[in-house]
Design a protein around this ligand. Structure first.
Ligand SMILES: [Zn+2]
Length: 696
C-alpha cells in the first residue's frame, strides 16, 4: 500500500508548504468585487477568473520583493524579512490554490489553466530563489536578538537559497532556472496523466465477482450486454484485490491499475530524472538524492541507505515467517499452488486472517458507514486536541459535495455556540469521494497557513472514499478508516501549527521528512476498542461494534506487518534508486522488477508498470523514505500515551503543544527531543512490526 500523500506542489524548496496572506487585501489583486483574496474557488466562473486571481497574487509577491530591494537602510527583520515573508506568502497561496484547482476542479478548462498557473508560480518562485540581491539582504540581517522562530526561519531560508544555487554565476543560474521549469512541467504532466487516465475492467461473467461484498455487487449491476464494468478508481480497485475469488479478475484489475498512465509516463519519468540529475550536478551534488536530502532531518542519501539496511534486517525474518504461513494456508485451499503472486497477496492475506484470526474484514464494513466514520474521526480529534469543529455552511466550496468546517480552540459543551466563546483558529474542507477528473488518491492540501493575529490557517482533504451518493451508505474497509485518521493528522498539524508570526514557518512547514509523523501517529488511535465504539455502529441496526470483534480485528491486522514494511521498503528503494544513479543508465522496468524481487516474496507479475502512476516521485522525489522514517518517530510518540486512557490523558495536550503547535518554527529533531526527552529509536517500531509473533 502506497503511503497517503501530503500534497506537495512541484515547487522549489524555498516555498515549503506554507501559504498565507497578510490581513489586508494585497495591492496586486484585481479590483473585481467577485474576487475573494483567500479563496480562488469562491465565485470562480471560468479559467480566466482563476488566471486573474493567480496573477493578482503574483503581482503582490513582486511588489513585496520590490519593497525589500528598495530599502536603503541596513537590512533588518522588519525591513527585509517581513517583506520577504509576504512575498513567500503570496507565492504559496497562489501555488496551493492553483494546485488545488488542478486536482479538484469539475471543469477541465479550469484544470488545464491551473496546470499552466502552477507552472507560472513555480517560475516566479525559482527566480526569487536565485535573486542574489534578496539573498544578500537576508544574509545581512543581524538576527541574534530575534526570537528563536525568527532565527530558525532566517538560517533555514539562507540554507535553502544556497541549495537553490543563488551563489552561482549568471550562466549557471540561468541553466538552473531552465531545469527547474522543466522539472515542474514534467511533474505536472505526470500527475495529470494519472489523474485523467482511468482504466476499465470488463467482467464478462458476473460470477467472476464472487467473494466481493453483496453491496459492492449490487452497486455494479450488469449492463445491457451482460457485462459488468469496473474502473481502476480506488473504491473498485481495493475490494477486488482484497475479496475477489477469481484470480483472473484480480489479475486483470492488477494490470489495469498498474498500467495507468503507461506508456505516456515512462518517457516523462526518464526526462524528469535526467533534468533532476543535471540540476543536482549543476549545483555541485553528485546525485539528486544528495541534493534532496541536504536540508532534511536525514541529512544525506548515504544515511537513507543505512536506515534502509537497518529496516531490511529488522523486517526480514518476520516477513519470511509470515509469508510461509500464508503460502501454507493458500496451498491447503488451492493444492498445487507454488507461490503467491503480486496480484493475489492482498486476497490470500485476507483469507488467512479470516481463517486463523476469525476475522473477515467484510464483517466490520457495516459498522463503518462513511458518515459515522467522519463524525467519529472529528469527535476523536476534537477530544484529543481540545478543539471544537463546527460545520460552516456559508463558506464557499468548489463542488456541492464539499463541506467546510471551522475550528475553535478549546472544548465547547455546545459546539454550535463555540463561535461565541472560543477563538477561531482555522478552517478545513472535506472533499471525500471520487468525481470524474478529480485526483485519484488521498491527500491533505495546506491552503492558507495562518499568521498569528492576522490570518487563520486553512487546509483540505482530497480523498476517494466509498459513499457520497444518496443511496450509498459508503461502507468502508478498516484500512479506509485508518487512512481517514492519517489524513486528519495532517489537517490537525496544518491548523494547530498554523498560529505563527511568519508564513514561512506556518503549518506543515517542517523539514519534508518530518511531515508524515503526525499523520501516522494518529493512525494508531484507530486500534482502541473504546474509542471505536464511540462511533462505529451498524448502519442498519445502530448496534456498536462488538469489543470482541475489534479485538479480533486488531489481532488480525497486526498480522502481515513484516511484508507491509517490506512493501514500503520496495517503494522507498525505488524512489531512491531512480535518483542516486546516472539517469541515462536507468531502465525503469528493470530497476522496479529487481527492487520488487529483492524486497518482497510474491511472484512478479509481468506487465506491472506501477512506476508510471507513482505520483510520489513528483512530490517526494527520492525521499519516499519519509514514511518509514516517520513511522519510527510516530510509534515512538504513540508509545508515550497511556494505552488505558488514550484520548483524555495528559499526553495529548503535551503532544499538541510540543509537536504540532511549533509548525515549522523549530527543527524536527528538536521537537522529537522535546516530546520524548531523547532522540527517537527503533524500539517501538520493532515491537509494532513483530507484535503478532510476540503477543498471540
Ligand atoms: Zn500522509
Amino acid at each position: 500500500m502506497l503511503g497517503k500523500l501530503l500534497f506537495l506542489t512541484a515547487l522549489p524548496r524555498l516555498l515549503g508548504l506554507a501559504a498565507v496572506l497578510p490581513g489586508s487585501l494585497p495591492s496586486g489583486l484585481p479590483a473585481a468585487s467577485s474576487f475573494d483574496p483567500l479563496h480562488a474557488w469562491a465565485g470562480l466562473e471560468n479559467a480566466a477568473h482563476l488566471e486573474a486571481w493567480v496573477n493578482g497574487h503574483l503581482a503582490a509577491s513582486q511588489a513585496a520583493v520590490a519593497q525589500l530591494m528598495a530599502a536603503k537602510e541596513l537590512p533588518t527583520v522588519a525591513n527585509t524579512l517581513a517583506p520577504y515573508d509576504r512575498a513567500i506568502a503570496e507565492l504559496s497561496l497562489a501555488s496551493s490554490e492553483a494546485g488545488l484547482m488542478y486536482s479538484v476542479s469539475p471543469e477541465k478548462a479550469v484544470r488545464d489553466m491551473a496546470e499552466t498557473l502552477v507552472q507560472r508560480v513555480s517560475e516566479a518562485a525559482v527566480a526569487l530563489s536565485l535573486n542574489q540581491q534578496v539573498y544578500r539582504a537576508l544574509a545581512s540581517i543581524d538576527g541574534t536578538k530575534a526570537d528563536s522562530a525568527t532565527r530558525h526561519y532566517l538560517s533555514r531560508t539562507l540554507l535553502q537559497f544556497r541549495l537553490a544555487g543563488v551563489d552561482k554565476d549568471e550562466a549557471t543560474r540561468k541553466r538552473v532556472q531552465q531545469l527547474q521549469e522543466k522539472i515542474t512541467l514534467h511533474c505536472l504532466t505526470f500527475g495529470r496523466n494519472v489523474q485523467e487516465h482511468v482504466n476499465t475492467v470488463v467482467v464478462n461473467d458476473p460470477a467472476e465477482l464472487d467473494g466481493l461484498p453483496a453491496d459492492f455487487i449490487a452497486r455494479h449491476p450488469a449492463t445491457a450486454d451482460g457485462t459488468v464494468k469496473l474502473t481502476t478508481d480506488y473504491p473498485d480497485y481495493m475490494p477486488v484485490m482484497t475479496f475477489a475469488r477469481s484470480q483472473t479478475l484480480r489479475h486483470q484489475m492488477f494490470l489495469a491499475y498498474n498500467t495507468r498512465a503507461y506508456p505516456a509516463n515512462r518517457q516523462i519519468l526518464l526526462d524528469l530524472l535526467a533534468a533532476r540529475q543535471e540540476l543536482a550536478n549543476t549545483l555541485g551534488f553528485k546525485t539528486w538524492a544528495d541534493l534532496a536530502t541536504a536540508d532534511q532531518m536525514m541529512g544525506s542519501a548515504a544515511n537513507v541507505r543505512s536506515f534502509l539496511a537497518e529496516l531490511d534486517t529488522a523486517s526480514k525474518a518476520g516477513a519470511a515467517t509470515e509469508y510461509a504461513r500464508v503460502l501454507d494456508f493458500a496451498r491447503q485451499q488451492q493444492p498445487g499452488l507454488t507461490a503467491i503472486s503480486a496480484d493475489s497477496s492482498l486476497y490470500w492475506y485476507e483469507q488467512y486472517r479470516t481463517q486463523v484470526y476469525h476475522f473477515d474484514s467484510q464483517s466490520v464494513r457495516p459498522y463503518f458507514p462513511y458518515d459515522r466514520v467522519q463524525q467519529g474521526v472529528l469527535d476523536t480529534a476534537a477530544r484529543l486536541f481540545h478543539v471544537t469543529f463546527v460545520a460552516n455552511t456559508h463558506a464557499p466550496v468548489w463542488d456541492a459535495s464539499v463541506t467546510a468546517w471551522d475550528v475553535y480552540d478549546g472544548v465547547s459543551a455546545v459546539p454550535d455556540k463555540a463561535a461565541a466563546s472560543a477563538p477561531l483558529i482555522g478552517r478545513f474542507y472535506l472533499d471525500m469521494h471520487p468525481r470524474e477528473g478529480k485526483d485519484k488518491w488521498f491527500s491533505a492540501f495546506p491552503l492558507v497557513p495562518g499568521i498569528r493575529g492576522q490570518q487563520i490557517p486553512e487546509a483540505a482533504l482530497i480523498c476517494n472514499f466509498p459513499g457520497g451518493e444518496a443511496d450509498d451508505p459508503g461502507l468502508m474497509q478498516y484500512s479506509d478508516v485508518v487512512t481517514y485518521f492519517h489524513e486528519f493528522g495532517h489537517l490537525m498539524h496544518a491548523i494547530l501549527g498554523g498560529q505563527q508570526a511568519w508564513a514561512g514557518v506556518s503549518g506543515i512547514s517542517t523539514e519534508g521528512d518530518f511531515i508524515e509523523a503526525p499523520s501516522q501517529m494518529l493512525e494508531e488511535f484507530f486500534r482502541d476498542p473504546a474509542l471505536l465504539q464511540t462511533f462505529a455502529r451498524h448502519y442498519q441496526t445502530n448496534e456498536p461494534i462488538p469489543t470482541e470483534m475489534v479485538e479480533r480485528m486488531d489481532r488480525a491486522s497486526a498480522f502481515g506487518r513484516g511484508n507491509q514494511v517490506r512493501a514500503q521498503l520496495f517503494y522507498t528503494r525505488l524512489s531512491l534508486d531512480f535518483h542516486d544513479q546516472p539517469a541515462a543508465d536507468i531502465d525503469p522496468d528493470a530497476v522496479m522488477q529487481a527492487g520488487y524481487i529483492a524486497a518482497l516474496p510474491y511472484t512478479w507479475v509481468e506487465g506491472n508498470r506501477m512506476y508510471a502512476s507513482f505520483t510520489h516521485l513528483c512530490g517526494y522525489s527520492s525521499n519516499y523514505y519519509t514514511y518509514l522514517f516517520d513511522k519510527v518517530i510516530a510509534l515512538d510518540f504513540f508509545r508515550q500515551f497511556d494505552a488505558k486512557n488514550l484520548v483524555a490523558g495528559p499526553e495529548a495536550l503535551r503532544y499538541r503543544k510540543l509537536v504540532l503547535e511549533p509548525g515549522g518554527s523549530e527543527p524536527g529533531a528538536e521537537m522529537v527531543q522535546n516530546f520524548l526527552g531523547r532522540p527517537q529509536n527503533m524500539q517501538a517500531f520493532t515491537e509494532w512490526m513483530s507484535r503478532e509473533f510476540n503477543s498471540y
